[in-house]
Design a binder for this molecule. Structure first.
Ligand code: PLP
Length: 381
């Protein structure tokens, strides 16, 4: 490991070749990457540290907080955050956004119980532990959407305690969308007085926000919202954004730091490069570019679902705007060629903006080939 440079170049090029080869198998997970634009490359020669609060510049100049603020403000507009009462920052990903939402909820309501569905991302249960709150798991329907009657019953059983509820906007396995209006109704019916709602919109937040139709949600109905930058947007480095109310940010205990910025974030030293990449992505795509991407992924998923059904293979989507197609797990030889997220005999393919129709066609024809009697015989043998 600590030998000098010999072999490093060879090791890197072997790794690169392997990456280039596996790129064409990407179909089963929500991440993808766009090439880094050449004009951004020189910035990676420099330290960029957005330490602490993006709204307050440090005493030093090596940061991108001005771009981060522009990004957060544009997204706050897009998600309908109240003007004059918004705040947010670039995180390390959807999971940090989730723990931030839970932490804010607990800061506002110290006695709160966390409620999330059994289709919520694994980081939610883990983060309930991190903030040392009891988590109540609520069931879901057969598409993965929260069962609001079950939520109402769970809330009623604890009506004297505050609630932190995580609504998943696009569940990991089926991309089902929890309905925040129904959640609010359950809270009201149960007589719970204090409630904080965090929307985990890791994958679907952006596409649903830019499409002109589809399930509605936004920061006018939730207290915080987070999404991932390496999913729909295709940042090559894991990252994300969390947005909440400016008034909540004031409630977080913050350390005054020697950098000149107070620090209400979880990361403290935060990447200025991911803020730069996300800012560049939004600036160059614009709203129309984002909308085109969202339409592309929705249409590709519609196509994929139809192709699989034509083949006689079980396939469905949680709603007509989802880019995730849920399917009966393909035979093992197909899974060996196409790594797919698979749970209990169910798999999914995620039509990210990086997936081409040609790639989908190859997957479907591999699946078709595996269903011929000869292939079935080979598998059995
Ligand atoms: C991917 C995902 C996350 C985690 O996001 P990261 O950016 O990978 O940390 C959280 N919630 C949902 C619903 C997800 O699909």
């Amino acid at each position: 490991m600590f030998s000098r440079e010999e072999g490093v170049v060879a090791a890197l090029s072997a790794r690169l070749r392997q990456l280039q080869a596996t790129e064409h198998q990407k179909l089963g997970f929500p991440g993808w990457s766009t090439p880094l634009p050449a004009e951004l490359l020189p910035f990676f020669d420099f330290e960029l540290n957005n330490y602490g609060d993006p709204y307050i510049d440090p005493v030093f100049g090596w940061h991108t907080k001005d771009l981060e603020r522009e990004l957060v403000e544009a997204l706050a507009d897009l998600f309908g955050a109240p003007v004059g009462d918004r705040w947010g920052y670039v995180t390390t990903g959807g999971s940090e956004g989730n723990v931030y939402g839970l932490w804010l909820g607990r800061t506002l309501y110290r006695d709160a119980i966390v409620y999330h569905s059994d289709a919520a991302h694994g980081s939610v249960a883990k983060n309930a532990e991190v903030i040392d709150r009891r988590a109540v798991i609520v069931g879901t329907d057969d598409r993965g959407e929260m069962d609001y009657d079950a939520l109402r019953r769970a809330l009623s059983a604890n009506r004297h305690r505050s609630a932190i509820i995580v609504a998943t906007i696009g569940t990991t396995m089926t991309e089902a969308v929890d309905d925040v209006v129904e959640i609010r109704r359950a809270v009201r019916d149960a007589g719970v007085e204090s409630c904080y709602i965090h929307a985990d919109a890791a994958l679907s937040g952006l596409p649903l926000a830019v499409l002109t139709e589809g399930p509605a949600f936004g920061l006018h109905t939730v207290d915080s919202l987070s999404f991932s930058g390496h999913k729909f947007l295709g940042a090559a480095i894991p990252c994300g954004v969390v947005i909440t109310r400016g008034s909540y940010r004031q409630r977080v205990r913050e350390t005054i730091s020697y950098t000149g910025s107070p620090d209400p974030t979880l990361g403290s030293s935060r990447s200025g490069h991911t803020a730069l990449v996300l800012w560049h992505r939004l600036r160059t795509l614009g709203l129309s570019g984002l909308r085109q991407m969202a339409e592309y992924t929705r249409d590709l998923a519609t196509y994929a679902e139809r192709e699989l059904r034509t083949l006689g293979w079980d396939a469905w989507r949680a709603h007509p705007y989802a880019c995730t197609v849920v399917l009966k797990s393909p035979p093992q030889p197909v899974l060996d060629r196409w790594p797919l997220a698979t749970v209990n005999g169910i798999s999914h393919i995620v039509c990210t903006p990086g997936v081409t129709r040609e790639r989908l066609d190859r997957f479907v024809s591999d699946l078709a080939a595996s269903l011929t009697p000869a292939a079935a015989h080979a598998t059995a043998a």
